[in-house]
Every structure is written in structure tokens, then in C-alpha cells.
Design a protein around this ligand. Structure first.
Ligand code: APR
Length: 240
């Protein structure tokens, strides 16, 4: 694929860059996406938006834990792919670089990305349902049976369907989106708000908008450039 010259120039000259990623950026690491590609995650006969919902948390917290424990076990052995590594390099390349992800798998951080704005939380953390104490579950660490501070139950520190985003996360991302010159949207179906609103914010504030995805999305029509293909193959072409 040839990178169009206008995009190449924008990429070479940009100072403030915002990247928004979704499940597609982890697809080449082996993490199933939620929508598209025939890989829709269904577990015990329940679609992911039922098992991963605020309603299920209320009704059956152990089932929600079972689902997230299963997903953590699955993700544990996976490694970042070329797209994660390339994005991690970009943080050194641009004077102001913001990475916003909808992913909870922690693969951006594994590839070396820092200060990632995680809109949907992180599967490697538990938090108390009452006092919001956090517990790290990375590198085989076990979570306690209940909160060590107040004794209330723990839940996965991820945003479930029907829940609000973590306090401040979207606001920080929106502020960066409103001031970036180049916004690159990678591997998201653009269907889940408010995350999908970030490219709109960037575009209406005058940023050049580029999408990387093997399929068209509702965001494609907003974009100045759409690079159709896999993130792991395309991203490295931008800097060459
Ligand atoms: N490179 C780039 N994009 C890819 C690749 C790839 N190798 N493989 C698939 N894609 C694209 C698909 O075409 C699709 O548009 O990634 C997108 C994945 O879309 P979703 O599964 O809907 O993922 P996402 O947009 O991140 O979902 C948003 O929905 O269920 C919730 O909380 C969950 O954060 C998630 C949110």
C-alpha cells in the first residue's frame, strides 16, 4: 500500500497527535474483536453485552468474575503485535502524543506505551464496589476475597454495558482531541459512544482525521484518509 502524500506530510509535520484504538489493534495478537470478522465473543451462550453488563453485575457478580477471569487467562499468554509496538514508538516521535484506548487488555502498556488513557478500564485490575480501592491482578497476582479496606466485594475495574466511564478519562481525552492536529483512529467499529465521539471532536476542531481498519465504519465518511487494511501491516508504513 502507498501512503497518500498529504497524509505522509501531515504525519511528518504534526506536533500534536491523538490516537484512538479499539479491539482491532489487538486482533493480530489473537484477542477476538467484539464485532465484525465472525469472531464475536459468546460465552456460555450469553452474548458479551449481556455477560459484561451492569445488570449482570447486580444479579450475578460471580458469573461476571468467571467471565473476566476466563478472559484474563486467555489474554495472559498473548503478546503485543507490530501495531502496538509502532504506536509505542510514536510517543517519542511527536512532541505531544496522546494514546486513548477502548481496550482493557493492557497490550499497549506491554509494548511500552505510557500514560495511556483507558476509557473502558483494565482487565488486570479489580476494584471495590463500595470504596473504589484498587487491586492489581497483573503477573499472576491474586486478588483478595474482599476489599482489604472495607470488606465489600470486588469487581473487575472495567466499564460494563450500562455504566459510565471512569471519572475524568473521557474529559482528558476530549481535551486532547480538541487540540490535536492529527487524529488516527485504529481498529474500532466506531459504534460505542462516547469513545466514538472523539474523532468527531478532533475533526470539528480542525484536525486531519485518518482511519486504519480493514472494513469501513460509520467514522469512515468523516475521515480525510481511510487506510483499508490491518493495523499491524499499515502503521509502520506511515513513518517510512
Ligand atoms: N487491524 C485494524 N482493525 C481491525 C483489525 C486489524 N487487524 N481486525 C479487525 N479490525 C477492526 C474491525 O473491522 C472492527 O471495525 O476492528 C474493529 C473492532 O470493532 P469492535 O469489535 O466493535 O471493537 P471496538 O470498536 O473496540 O468496541 C468498542 O465495545 O464491547 C465494547 O467495551 C467494548 O471497548 C469495546 C467497545
Amino acid at each position: 500500500m502507498q501512503i497518500p502524500s498529504e497524509l505522509r506530510r501531515r504525519f511528518a509535520e504534526a506536533r500534536r497527535v491523538l490516537v484512538l484504538t479499539g479491539a482491532g489493534v489487538s486482533a493480530e495478537s489473537g484477542v477476538p474483536t467484539f464485532r465484525g470478522g465472525g469472531n464475536t465473543a459468546v460465552w456460555k451462550g450469553l452474548p458479551f453485552d449481556v455477560i459484561s453488563s451492569a445488570e449482570m453485575l447486580e444479579r450475578n457478580l460471580p458469573a461476571v468474575w468467571e467471565w473476566f477471569d476466563y478472559r484474563r487467562d486467555f489474554i495472559e499468554s498473548l503478546t503485543p503485535n507490530a501495531a502496538h509496538h509502532e504506536i509505542a514508538l510514536w510517543q517519542e516521535r511527536f512532541p505531544e502524543f496522546t494514546l486513548v484506548t477502548q481496550n482493557i487488555d493492557g497490550l499497549h502498556q506491554k509494548a511500552g506505551s505510557r500514560d495511556v488513557i483507558e476509557l473502558h478500564g483494565n482487565i488486570w485490575r479489580a476494584r471495590c464496589i463500595a470504596c473504589r480501592s484498587f487491586y492489581d491482578m497483573a503477573s499472576g497476582k491474586k486478588r483478595p476475597e474482599a476489599c482489604l479496606e472495607c470488606g465489600d466485594p470486588l469487581r473487575p475495574d472495567v466499564v460494563l454495558f450500562g455504566e459510565l466511564l471512569p471519572p475524568g478519562a473521557f474529559e482528558r481525552a476530549a481535551e486532547r482531541a480538541a487540540s490535536c492536529e492529527l487524529c488516527i483512529v485504529i481498529g474500532t467499529s466506531g459504534l460505542v459512544y462516547p469513545a466514538a465521539g472523539l474523532p468527531e471532536i478532533a475533526k470539528s476542531a480542525g484536525a486531519f482525521l485518518c482511519e486504519v481498519n480493514p472494513e469501513p465504519t460509520p467514522l469512515s465518511r468523516l475521515c480525510d484518509e481511510v487506510l483499508m487494511g490491518k493495523a499491524g501491516e499499515i502503521l509502520q508504513l506511515l513513518r517510512s
